[in-house]
Design a binder for this molecule. Structure first.
Ligand SMILES: Nc1ncnc2c1ncn2[C@@H]1O[C@H](COP(=O)(O)OP(=O)(O)OP(=O)(O)O)[C@@H](O)[C@H]1O
Ligand SMILES: [Mg+2]
Length: 342
C-alpha cells in the first residue's frame, strides 16, 4: 500500500524505541517512565488500527447493503412496469367484453323488427303470386282484387315501419359502439344518449325483469366523452342486475340527472335491490375486490368505473347504500370536460 494512514504513529514508536536505547545509561526512573509512555502509546496505536479495520468492514457491509437495495429497486420498477402492462391489458379486455355484450344486444334487438318485416314481405309475395294466378286465368273477381290491395297496404306498412325501426336501432348502436371503442369527445344530449345506451342493454334488463326510469332535463347538452359514460352506465346496470337483484324476482333502476350548478352534472344511479353491506362498502372500488370470485366476477368493474370517472370525465363518484333498501352511485362531472378542444 503506497499510503499508510499510520506513518506518523509508527515513526513515533520507532523514535521512542530508539530513545529508550539511548537512555540505557540514564536514570532508571526516566527510562522506565519513557518506556511506560511508549507502551501506552503503542496500545492506543493498536486500538486505532483496530477501529480503522472495524470501520472498513462496516463500510464494505454498507456498500453491499446499498447494492442490494439498488437491485431491489430495479426489481420493483420492473414489477411495476409489468403490472401497468397487465392493467392495460385488463382494461382492453373489459372494453372488448362490454363491446361483446353490446353486439349481442344489437343482434337481439334487431331480430324483432327484421323478423316482422321478413314475415310481412313473404306474406305479400304469397298473396301476389296467388292473385297473379287468378288474373292470368282470367277469373279474378273484384273482391279478390280489393282483398289483395288491403293485404298489400298492410304488409308494405309493416315492412316500412319495421325497416325504419331496424335502421334507427342500427344507427344508435353504431354511435354507442363507436363511442365505446374510441375515446372521442363530442357534444351530445345527455338524456337521449342515456336512452340509447339503455336500449343496447334492453335484453339484459328484460331478462332480469328490471324496469328503468330516466329523469333528465331534455335540453341538457354536455361536451364530454360519451364512450366513457356508456361504459360507466353499462357497469352500473350489469352490477345492479347481477348483484342487487340476484335473489329477487326483479327490480327498479332510477337514473336521475340534475345540475347542482350550470357547469356541473350530477347523475344518480339508484337501484332498490339488496344493498351493499357496510363492511365491504369502502372496498368496492378496489381492483379485484369481489365477494363473487369464481362465479364470474373479477372485481374490476367498479375499479374501471372509478378510473374512467376520475381520469376521463374528470369527475367524482360516491356510493350510498342501505342493506335491503338498495344502492345509489352518485357521479358528478363537469358539463364541459376540461382540457383540449373545448
Ligand atoms: N348495485 C349493487 N348492489 C349490490 N352490490 C353491488 C352493486 N354494485 C356493486 N356491488 C358490490 O360491489 C362489488 C364490486 O363490484 P365490481 O363491479 O367491481 O365487481 P364484480 O361485479 O364482482 O366483478 P366484475 O365487474 O369485474 O365482473 C360486487 O362484487 C358487489 O358485491
Ligand atoms: Mg361488476
Amino acid at each position: 500500500m503506497a499510503f499508510n494512514l499510520f506513518d506518523n504513529e509508527e515513526k513515533v514508536i520507532e523514535d521512542g524505541a530508539r530513545l529508550i536505547a539511548q537512555l540505557d545509561g540514564a536514570k532508571s526512573e526516566l527510562r522506565d517512565g519513557v518506556a511506560t509512555l511508549l507502551d501506552a502509546y503503542r496500545k492506543s496505536y493498536r486500538e486505532q488500527r483496530r477501529l480503522v479495520r472495524v470501520s472498513d468492514r462496516q463500510q464494505e457491509q454498507l456498500s453491499a447493503v446499498n447494492q442490494e437495495l439498488q437491485r431491489k429497486k430495479e426489481e420493483a420498477e420492473l414489477a411495476l412496469t409489468s403490472l401497468k402492462e397487465a392493467q392495460e391489458n385488463l382494461l382492453q379486455a373489459e372494453k372488448l367484453a362490454s363491446l361483446g355484450a353490446l353486439v349481442a344486444g344489437v343482434a337481439h334487438e334487431i331480430n324483432t323488427p327484421v323478423g316482422i318485416a321478413l314475415a310481412s314481405a313473404s306474406h305479400l309475395a304469397e298473396q301476389t303470386a296467388a292473385v297473379k294466378l287468378v288474373f292470368a286465368e282470367g277469373r279474378i273477381r273484384k273482391s279478390d282484387f280489393a282483398d289483395y290491395m288491403d293485404t298489400a297496404d298492410e304488409a308494405s306498412a309493416l315492412v316500412l315501419s319495421n325497416c325504419q325501426r331496424a335502421a334507427e336501432l342500427i344507427n344508435s348502436f353504431k354511435q354507442v359502439a363507436v363511442d365505446q371503442t374510441s375515446a372521442e369527445r363530442r357534444r351530445f344530449l345527455l338524456g337521449g344518449y342515456i336512452n340509447e345506451v339503455l336500449r343496447s342493454l334492453a335484453p339484459r334488463l328484460r331478462q332480469s325483469h328490471v324496469q328503468v326510469t330516466v329523469d333528465c332535463p331534455a335540453e341538457l347538452e354536455v361536451d364530454s366523452y360519451p364512450g366513457a359514460l356508456s361504459q360507466v352506465l353499462t357497469n352500473f346496470v350489469m352490477n345492479a342486475s347481477i348483484h342487487a337483484f340476484a335473489d329477487l324476482p326483479g327490480g327498479n333502476i332510477a337514473i336521475a340527472i340534475r345540475q347542482p350548478s350550470p357547469d356541473l352534472v350530477e347523475l344518480r344511479f339508484s337501484d332498490d335491490g339488496a344493498g351493499i353491506p357496510e363492511a365491504i362498502r369502502a372496498r368496492i372500488f378496489d381492483p379485484f375486490f369481489t365477494p363473487k370470485r369464481g362465479s364470474g366476477g373479477n372485481g374490476l368493474g367498479l375499479h374501471i368505473v372509478f378510473n374512467i370517472i376520475a381520469g376521463t370525465l374528470k369527475g367524482q363518484v360516491a356510493v350510498e347504500s342501505e342493506v335491503g333498501q338498495g344502492t345509489s352511485f352518485i357521479v358528478t362531472f363537469p358539463r364541459i370536460a376540461p382540457g383540449e378542444d373545448q
